[in-house]
Unconditional design. Structure first.
Length: 124
């Protein structure tokens, strides 16, 4: 039950990320980074990262769109908030993996069969 909930949460996270990534790639990237105009291969390469890190993308996009970003420190992101987001995302990934390990079905192996002098375990 909890594994299905975590998988559903991950699917929702990625669905929101896909919407944000599409909006950012087609509308926001040219406004945020003028040097990226015409870089269509670059857009394809950053799409997976945008899907995973969409809260940071929205936050930075909002700062730039509202002219509240300090241009002198433009390429040095606010490490405190990003660090906590990264820690939270890493914790969620660990929880998903541990839950998947705990709820996986245990398969009973049949007893070994002796064929000649070699013991053989049937896995089917």
């Amino acid at each position: 039950m909890s594994a299905a909930g975590l998988i559903a949460a991950a699917e929702i996270w990625l669905a929101i990320g896909a919407v944000v990534a599409l909006a950012f790639l087609f509308v926001g990237l040219d406004r945020v980074e003028p040097n990226a105009r015409g870089g269509y291969v670059f857009r394809v390469l950053i799409a997976p990262g945008l899907c995973l890190l969409w809260p940071i993308v929205l936050w930075r996009w909002r700062l730039i769109a509202s002219n509240r970003e300090d241009w002198h420190n433009r390429h040095s992101p606010q490490r405190g908030a990003i660090g906590w987001m990264g820690f939270g995302m890493a914790a969620v990934i660990v929880l998903i993996l541990l839950t998947a390990l705990l709820v996986r079905p245990v398969q009973d192996l049949p007893p070994p069969q002796k064929i000649g002098s070699i013991e053989r375990v049937s896995t089917s």
